[in-house]
Design a protein around this ligand. Sequence first.
Ligand SMILES: [Fe+2]
Length: 189
Amino acid sequence: MLSREESIRLLAEYGQGAGWTRHCHAVAEMAARVGKVLAPRRAVDAAFLWSAALLHDIGRCETHDPIRHGVAGYRLLTALGHAREAHVCAAHILFGLDAAEAAQFGLPGRDFVPEGLEEKLVALVDFLVEVDRPTTLAQRFASLRRRNTDNAFFLERLDRAQDAARRFMTGIETEMGVSVEGIVATREV
Ligand SMILES: [Fe+2]
């Protein structure tokens, strides 16, 4: 299991201070915040949540393709022996890929979907952070649709991804009694 320090070191090594690493840090901080609110009601592995959130986009060191950066991150972290975090790199794409989609992009031919609370939180909070600023699910998907007009495969799957993210978000909001978008938007004092 990666420690907080090891995760930061890995992101610094492969991210080289690039702008996209700010998104990774923002998602880690905001996912941790949601995890904290959930913790009294659910067992949350805060260390894994933070590392997985920080490293979910590490594949952007190779490509910013909206799907292939997840595959690149999966390969990189798998090669380094970090299987749990590697799975999150692949599974955060579109809130999960089915076996046929995974195989099409060179992943092992099985489902890569966010498993467990922590993985689902990473995939959700990623959709609530535009670069390093809090946003809403609706605005983030609108932005993804605008920015990927040339990628039919990705566009066709955005409705499914948004539905999956919203269903998970609604479920934990019912448990917590507060809005996830509200938690993410709250400025720490
Ligand atoms: Fe990503």
